[in-house]
Design a protein around this ligand. Structure first.
Ligand SMILES: [Zn+2]
Length: 78
């Protein structure tokens, strides 16, 4: 077994970086923020805990964007 070294590995052996700019829609970004929060939030993971205010706000933001988009599709004016 090779001893670990401090020499940098070749660039192609590194894990791929996640693109910083993904061209997601605002609705997709909002849903992603909500989903990512739930994956890492202890309060959201605890079924016996009270409702998580942060998750509620993120969900509300996604619902607002979605409702607005449906309204535009239906021809409603904001
Ligand atoms: Zn939470």
């Amino acid at each position: 077994m090779d001893e670990p070294t401090n020499e940098p590995r070749p660039a192609d052996s590194r894990p791929r970086l996640v693109a910083a700019h993904t061209n997601l829609t605002p609705i997709q970004e909002a849903w992603g923020a909500y989903a990512r929060h739930q994956l890492h939030c202890r309060l959201c993971a605890d079924l016996d805990a009270g409702p998580c205010q942060t998750a509620a706000l993120l969900r509300q933001a996604w619902e607002t964007l979605t409702r607005d988009a449906f309204g535009r599709l239906a021809g409603e004016t904001a």
